[in-house]
Design a binder for this molecule. Structure first.
Ligand SMILES: *[C@@H]1O[C@H](CO)[C@@H](O)[C@H](O)[C@H]1NC(C)=O
Ligand SMILES: *[C@@H]1O[C@H](CO)[C@@H](O)[C@H](O)[C@H]1NC(C)=O
Ligand SMILES: *[C@@H]1O[C@H](CO)[C@@H](O)[C@H](O)[C@H]1NC(C)=O
Ligand SMILES: *[C@@H]1O[C@H](CO)[C@@H](O)[C@H](O)[C@H]1NC(C)=O
Ligand SMILES: *[C@@H]1O[C@H](CO)[C@@H](O)[C@H](O)[C@H]1NC(C)=O
Ligand SMILES: *[C@@H]1O[C@H](CO)[C@@H](O)[C@H](O)[C@H]1NC(C)=O
Ligand SMILES: *[C@@H]1O[C@H](CO)[C@@H](O)[C@H](O)[C@H]1NC(C)=O
Ligand SMILES: *[C@@H]1O[C@H](CO)[C@@H](O)[C@H](O)[C@H]1NC(C)=O
Ligand SMILES: *[C@@H]1O[C@H](CO)[C@@H](O)[C@H](O)[C@H]1NC(C)=O
Ligand SMILES: *[C@@H]1O[C@H](CO)[C@@H](O)[C@H](O)[C@H]1NC(C)=O
Ligand SMILES: *[C@@H]1O[C@H](CO)[C@@H](O)[C@H](O)[C@H]1NC(C)=O
Ligand SMILES: *[C@@H]1O[C@H](CO)[C@@H](O)[C@H](O)[C@H]1NC(C)=O
Length: 855
């Protein structure tokens, strides 16, 4: 492995080819201070860490190596304190790599509910399952990728390509996970918007370094950093730095994004963990703000680590100050105490590498034979949460002639498409869901988990039709077009299923390397829809897709009477769908992304072919803040369906907009200094840190001990002893009191950003005949020439009885009406006229009012 960190540091310090896109250095790494609600946990952490030796602290920070422990990531332990390895486990939708766990809906479905309470319930349920398996850190939720590009492979793990919708879902999910006593991990920080080249070489290309996602300062603040600010404000315990580079500096070596933005400006008090092999440097990453190295080895099973012994050596040779290691340990332990891990930890009772009951605790080394899987059933009644999110996330895109809901009196229901049925090889037959066989209820990659079962649409609809005394046929062979035409001409109700899948880049499915190659349907979807619609004048289309697909060519077909999008709904897929199709649940989901008419409408795309030879590909985010609906609005492009749109079986009206501005004190840049960095221990000499005789070393394990008092020999780093001026940036070792970022000073940034500046009230009425849900949406125009025509700032999902009306109100904070001023390096409220809009989609906003702020 090359010394990428040198490149990263050089880029940060001096800039490389792309002078415009370099990441400025920011040192020293801010130390935790126990601000706000972290106070008690911080104090406990300081007390605990103060009793540790240097090696024990280093053990907390360093993974023991890939497949060396039972979780997907395992830190070292502290036997003297009876403190076991911390267990890090995927995924953002449930416990990965185990059994008797729940397969929850993807994040994109939670986004589609626009219901923060459901986000909380899912977070809580997932947290309980992780807790029950013995997990300390659940690796989720996801706000990066945000969804810059609709083809992005992992967009579905997150919530929506909008920072406010995503930010709220992040916060509520984090609260749920952490209320269950498990540390959440907000990931991936930051700018991780495509799978291609995230780790350099991919597909047919050999590339030396990861792609650089080049993001300007305004876009960083107003778009990509925003939901992470919400995560920090919600008290998230950990943040994962991503694989990509940002402005030509690796995410886990990037002192600007980690030290300046996350720990400085946002005041993050927890710890930064690397993505798996996202670490590219020892000293460099430590000083740049990374606190935990996962899975701990330089390359999987290399037996060498950037940290472990190397971190011990770096402290001994004076390149990493002791206070920095103390801070890393304090941050990890603060998160541990904050969520109550000290009182609710249970033994790790599963194994990530096999479902066999007996096996090796140290899987890679092939040692430690024992019972490794207790097959603990952690599901409780979480299937109800899955079913509810599944139905509440359904977005009804089209519904004519009251095609839906079905009445139960349908004489003959026929369903079509592979997406209606089972994976005939078994529900979990493809590792990490890396295929598109049968109905799609989850994307692929590390953001997946195993299904305990999967109720298919075919099963659930067939049961319903049979119960109602109807006739039923299913054609789940997507190639059986002629057979489908025959049946479609006979059935009274035809339901066509189609999907589109994506996932993480280490798995390729049908030549899609994580990112989708196109925005069309998979498995012959369009052909099946066309065939059925040509023969059946009541054709209902159900889509299970990870994001938008192009539907303009067929959606207006007169025989297509209804179109329902249900994302990737998890294990209760068929049941949730039946709830909506038959009207037990009135659909109230709103599309969390824009449905463009053609691929070029989005104005952004994946970089599929490297553009810098074998050097790091460069992806310039030249569109700035204009992604998804902001772009469609600015470029005046009419989509098939706009962001925020979704029908109901009822109708709603909006009236009586009232805007009350609330005087807030003027915004004062934060003026303060930190204390100096606490030093919580003493560093001994090299002899004290030699491997003790009593340690029997396990193959490929990463330990904190050193093999020789000759530090150069102990390190084995080919550049050992390079002059520190080459890789220890100015100020990086300085533990003296530091000025606090004027845009910072509190969790999520300057506390004054969260002052309430306006209250907005409207009357929402259910004007239809059935109970239903509506989502009033508040958008703001910030008014400047560089601003989006409007940006989402508030929403609530309401349930209203027929004829019922309610006053919905929400507030705007100063942040909601501010812009990031690049020159001032702070938020400002510009003097451009601000307007508020309320309605039920980003393009149906019947109410508007000018906002006359009293600031
Ligand atoms: C990215 O931006 C840099 C700096 O403006 C420019 O030199 C480079 O050519 C751009 N790269 C691409 C692929 O557009
Ligand atoms: C560090 O962790 C490893 C792995 O759990 C353990 O074997 C070792 O004893 C720990 N070292 C110290 C100094 O506690
Ligand atoms: C990569 O190579 C494979 C096999 O030669 C080929 O099928 C595929 O189209 C190539 N992909 C690209 C993007 O060139
Ligand atoms: C220390 O890190 C270097 C890479 O910077 C690596 O080559 C070496 O093997 C590591 N040493 C140990 C003992 O893990
Ligand atoms: C299941 O998926 C795999 C991987 O994509 C594919 O090779 C196989 O043909 C699929 N099986 C069926 C029955 O479609
Ligand atoms: C789009 O990609 C999917 C999945 O690889 C494939 O089935 C489909 O044929 C592609 N569509 C087009 C128009 O090539
Ligand atoms: C609609 O369906 C009817 C059969 O009910 C068929 O005769 C007609 O051609 C279809 N219309 C179109 C536009 O395909
Ligand atoms: C749809 O086709 C059926 C016969 O299959 C016919 O009875 C019905 O009137 C048609 N409906 C419309 C709206 O054309
Ligand atoms: C910041 O506070 C210091 C010390 O209280 C004071 O001397 C200084 O004038 C303040 N600066 C600003 C810009 O308010
Ligand atoms: C190094 O530390 C050990 C253990 O604390 C101590 O016994 C020894 O005297 C020290 N050696 C030197 C040269 O300071
Ligand atoms: C200090 O130790 C680190 C970790 O082994 C090594 O990378 C670095 O080159 C060393 N620096 C000096 C000045 O000895
Ligand atoms: C609006 O603010 C700009 C600076 O942001 C200033 O130059 C301009 O004079 C202001 N206009 C008004 C009418 O206050």
């Amino acid at each position: 492995m090359r010394d990428a960190w040198l490149v990263a540091l050089a880029a940060g310090a001096a800039g490389i080819a792309n002078a415009e896109y370099h990441s400025p250095p920011s040192y020293p790494s801010p130390w935790a201070n126990g601000a706000g609600e972290w106070a008690e946990a911080y104090q406990k952490a300081v007390a605990f860490v103060s009793e540790l030796t240097l090696l024990e602290k280093i053990n907390l920070t360093t993974g023991i190596g890939w497949e060396s422990g039972q979780c997907v990531g395992n830190s070292g332990s502290i036997p003297r304190k009876n403190f076991r390895s911390l267990c890090m486990q995927d995924s953002p939708l449930g416990v990965r790599d185990t059994d008797y766990n729940t397969a929850f809906p993807g994040g994109i479905n939670v986004g589609a509910t626009w219901d923060v309470n459901l986000a909380y319930l899912r977070g809580k349920a997932m947290g309980e399952e992780h807790r029950g398996k013995g997990v300390d850190v659940q690796l989720g939720p996801v706000a990066g990728p945000l969804g810059r590009v609709p083809e992005g492979g992992r967009n579905w793990e997150g919530f929506a390509p909008d920072p406010v919708l995503t930010g709220q879902m992040m916060a509520y999910t984090i609260n749920g996970i952490q209320d269950a006593g498990v540390i959440a991990c907000a990931k991936h920080f930051i700018g991780y918007e495509q799978e291609h080249f995230r780790q350099g070489s991919q597909e047919n290309y050999t590339i030396s370094d990861s792609i650089s996602e080049n993001i300007d300062d305004k876009t960083m603040h107003e778009l990509y950093l925003w939901p992470f600010a919400d995560a920090v404000r919600a008290g998230v315990g950990s943040v994962m730095c991503s694989y990509n580079q940002i402005n030509n500096s690796y995410a886990c070596s990037n002192s600007y994004t980690l030290n300046h933005l996350l720990k400085g400006e946002l005041g993050f008090q927890g710890f930064v963990m690397t993505d798996w092999s996202g670490q590219h440097a020892g000293v460099g990453d430590t000083l740049a703000g990374t606190d935990m190295d996962m899975p701990g080895d330089v390359a999987f099973n290399s037996g060498t680590g950037f940290w472990g012994a190397n971190l011990t050596i770096a402290v001994l040779n004076g390149t990493v100050p002791e206070w920095r290691v103390d801070d890393m340990a304090v941050r990890i332990m603060s998160a541990f105490y904050k969520v109550g891990r000290d009182t609710n930890q249970v033994p790790i009772n599963f194994d990530s590498w096999t479902l066999d009951t007996y096996g090796n605790e140290y899987y890679y080394a092939g040692e430690g034979y024992k019972q490794i899987n207790q097959h603990v059933d952690v599901r409780a009644n979480h299937a109800q949460v899955v079913r509810e999110i599944g139905s509440r996330s359904a977005v009804l895109l089209k519904n004519v002639n009251a095609a839906l809901p079905l009445t139960g009196r349908e004489k003959y229901v026929a369903i079509f498409g592979e997406d209606a049925g089972a994976n005939i090889d078994g529900v979990n037959s493809c590792s990490d869901r890396g295929c598109d066989n049968g109905t799609l209820a989850m994307g692929w990659g590390s953001g997946s988990d195993n299904f305990p079962y999967l109720v298919t649409p075919e099963q659930a609809i067939s049961a319903e039709v049979v119960k109602n005394g109807g006739a039923f046929t299913a054609i789940t062979d997507s190639g059986a077009i002629d057979e489908a035409k025959t049946i479609a001409s006979q059935a009274s109700t035809c339901i066509v299923f189609a999907n589109a899948d994506s996932g993480e880049g280490y798995i390729e499915v049908d030549n899609n390397w994580g990112d989708r190659n196109n925005l069309t349907l998979w498995k012959n979807g369009e052909a099946m829809i066309d065939a059925v619609a040509g023969e059946c004048n009541n054709t209902i289309v159900v889509l299970h897709t990870v994001g938008p697909v192009l539907i303009e060519d067929w959606v207006h077909h007169p025989n297509i009477t209804a179109v329902l999008w249900n994302g990737i709904p998890g294990q209760e897929s068929g049941n949730s769908l039946v709830d909506v199709l038959y009207g037990t649940v009135n659909p109230g989901g709103k599309t969390p992304f824009t449905w463009g008419k053609k691929r070029s409408d989005w104005g952004t795309d994946i970089l599929y072919v490297p553009n810098e030879g074998e050097s790091a590909p460069q992806q310039n985010f030249t569109e700035g803040i204009f992604i998804d609906y902001r772009h469609f609005d600015k470029a005046n492009i009419t989509p098939t369906y706009e962001f925020g749109y979704g029908l109901s079986y009822s109708t709603f009206s909006f009236s009586d907009l009232q805007v009350q501005t609330i005087p807030a004190p003027p915004y004062v840049p934060f003026n303060g200094t930190t204390k100096s960095a606490p030093v919580l221990g003493t560093v001994l000499n090299a002899t004290a840190y030699l491997f003790p005789d009593y340690i029997r070393r396990i193959e490929a394990f990463i330990y904190p001990w050193i093999t020789s008092t000759n530090l150069k020999a102990a390190s084995g780093d080919p550049h050992y002893g390079w002059p520190t001026s080459k890789y220890v940036p100015a100020g990086a070792q300085d533990g003296s009191a530091q000025k606090i970022n004027p845009a910072g000073g509190g969790p999520g940034g300057n506390p004054a950003l969260y002052d309430t500046v306006a209250k907005v009230t409207v009357t929402v009425k259910n004007t239809g005949a059935v109970v239903g849900d509506e989502v009033p949406q508040l958008y703001v125009s910030l008014g400047g020439p560089d601003d989006a025509p409007k940006v989402l700032r508030g929403f609530t999902r309401l349930t209203l009885q027929p004829g019922e009306e309610t006053q919905w109100s929400t507030t705007l904070t100063r942040r909601d009406v501010s812009n990031w001023d690049v020159a001032k390096q702070n938020w400002v409220v510009t003097n451009y006229t601000k307007t508020v809009y309320v309605g039920n989609s980003s393009r149906n906003l019947p109410l508007r009012s000018t906002l006359l702020l009293k600031l």
